[in-house]
Ligand binder design. Structure first.
Ligand code: ATP
Ligand code: MG
Length: 508
């Protein structure tokens, strides 16, 4: 074990919500100037543990020690005073404000009570430079890349002056190249003496980055691994335990080559896209990948009916359909899971409300819908997803990954002919990831067309029948069956030479 003094320790911490235990026995010991991983399945209690450590949630029992001294963290300001700050799992960028304003938010520099834009830019620029990142602080935060938004959140955390930083799945929505840049910044923080808690479902990152790892299972800390044991295989075994993950089932019935396409795009051009055409047959799983800015996200948005292109045509089952209308897409049997889940889910509403909005045509065929019917439908979706929650609970009561499963379930279980999913496995644990892949195969076997975009191309190896690789608004490669190898995917996506979403000016 690391011999540095302990920066932060949680002993037998507990937390219940309405009589249900979220955390039964949380233990965590973080040595100074180290990166400490926290892993566990969806709902294991990771976010709850670190919310307690950062004063966001008050513990029911147990103790917290900061630099060896018992400290009662009752609130976020308490935790900040003790030098602890958390960067939450959810994106907390204010989109219409500048990068500088987002970084200094809540601690704006002021002169006679007036905040000054200039001061705030100077501070933001200095912080980013120290992190080794080049990013224009005057830009509007809503317009920068997702990876850059995470960097901005990290800069905001550093601006508080805290020395213990807690990062909850910061790279979940980033592609491999972006995540690498983010990880480089985090490992620079360790060199500068910060203590970092790092939660992730991406075990390759944990292996690469962490000095120690704490394993959580069902609300309990069950193990603590030293550096030598922080290997991907050990981590998978610790989280999944002994039962095997679902393997890729090679589907026997490939799509009928002569069938009318379930959905088709013809000569579509948009903000990024330039003259894109492709079609998907019933029963086929088409994968999309490409680096940030390649246009994949725009393709998904057009298919989902949330935005319309400059020119081109969209056809579902041989008939022309309108873009720009999610309702029309749904009516034509196209369901869509956007990459920005905050837009898709209503956290204050019940699970039932979240499921029923997308599936109403399916359960209202009789012309009326009773609350009992909605409940029965929702509960069957939940049990299909392996979730022990009930329909009336608010979405807020679910862990991040489990919310994700509900939103995915809503797309998959609606009676759709075409399922469009933008990065469906963000934030889900290893087992759920394998289950989701299997589920996609099942849907294709039922004759639906599945279109799936991913941020990690590797993921397509285990799901896609065919892959379109995009670069700068055009399709640069089409791979089928055994042509889909990780090497081919990466080569096709990176031929333009652009690697990450932003450059690193110096290694921090
Ligand atoms: N506000 C809340 N109200 C009720 N239950 C909650 C609340 N927050 C969390 N829980 C429950 O506590 C348990 C632990 O949730 P937590 O968010 O800590 O999991 P997690 O390990 O972070 O999972 P994930 O990997 O999905 O983010 C879950 O069963 C969750 O449903
Ligand atoms: Mg969580």
């Amino acid at each position: 074990m690391n011999s540095n003094p302990i920066a932060l320790e949680l002993r037998n911490v507990t937390k219940s919500y309405g009589g249900v235990a979220a955390l039964r026995e949380g233990n965590l010991r973080i040595a100074k100037a180290t990166i400490h991983g926290v892993v566990g399945a969806n709902g294991a209690g990771k976010s709850t543990l670190i919310k307690i450590a950062s004063g966001v949630v008050r513990r029911d029992g147990g103790s917290i020690l900061v630099n060896g001294m018992e400290t009662d963290l009752r609130s976020v300001p308490d935790a900040l005073a003790a030098g602890i700050v958390a960067m939450p799992q959810e994106l907390t960028i204010v989109p219409d404000q500048s990068v500088a304003e987002n970084i200094t938010m809540g601690r704006e520099p002021s002169v006679l009570g007036f905040t000054t834009t200039r001061r705030s830019r100077v501070i933001a620029r200095k912080l980013l430079r120290e992190m080794g990142v080049s990013l224009d602080v005057a830009r509007t935060a809503g317009e920068i890349e997702p990876a850059e938004q995470r960097i901005v959140m990290l800069a905001r955390a550093l601006h508080t002056g805290a020395h213990t930083l807690i990062l909850d799945e910061p790279t979940a929505a980033l592609n491999a190249a972006q995540a690498e840049v983010f990880l480089r910044v985090v490992s620079g923080l360790r060199e500068s003496g910060y203590s970092v808690v790092y939660i992730s479902h991406r075990f390759n990152e944990v292996e690469e980055l962490c000095d120690e790892v704490t394993i959580l299972r069902d609300g309990m800390t069950v193990d603590r691994l030293s550096k030598e044991r922080c290997r991907q295989d050990e981590l998978v075994a610790a989280v999944v335990q002994d039962s095997a993950l679902s393997e890729r089932v090679l589907r026997e019935k490939p799509a009928q080559p002569n069938a009318t396409p379930a959905i088709e795009m013809r000569n579509v051009s948009g903000r990024i896209l330039s003259d894109i055409s492709f079609s998907v047959r019933p029963g086929e799983i088409l994968g999309f990948c490409g680096l940030a800015g390649s246009g994949v996200n725009e393709v998904m948005e057009f298919l989902g009916g949330v935005r319309s292109p400059v020119s081109g045509q969209l056809r579902a089952a041989g008939q022309e359909m309108r873009f720009d209308s999610p309702a029309e897409a749904l009516k034509r049997g196209v369901t869509y899971l956007p990459v920005e889940r905050a837009k898709a889910g209503m956290v204050d509403m019940s699970i039932r409300a979240n499921l029923v909005t997308a599936s109403l045509p399916q359960i209202s065929r009789l012309g009326f819908v009773t609350q009992e019917m909605e409940d029965a439908f929702s509960n069957s979706v939940l049990s299909n997803l392996g979730l022990a929650h009930r329909a009336h609970e608010p979405l807020r009561a679910l862990s991040g990954g489990n919310r994700q499963k509900v939103l995915l379930g809503r797309c998959l279980l609606a009676d759709a002919r075409v399922v469009v999913l933008d990065d469906p496995t963000v934030g889900v644990d290893v087992r759920a990831r394998a289950d989701i892949h299997e589920l996609l195969g099942r849907f294709a076997d039922q004759g639906r067309a599945v279109i799936v975009a991913v941020s990690e191309p590797e993921e397509l190896l285990s799901v896609a029948d065919r892959v379109l690789v995009m670069n700068r608004g055009t399709i640069v490669a089409e791979l089928t069956g055994s042509e889909i190898t990780s090497e081919a995917l990466v080569r096709a996506a990176t031929t333009s030479g652009k690697v990450g979403a932003f450059e690193v000016v110096a290694t921090a």
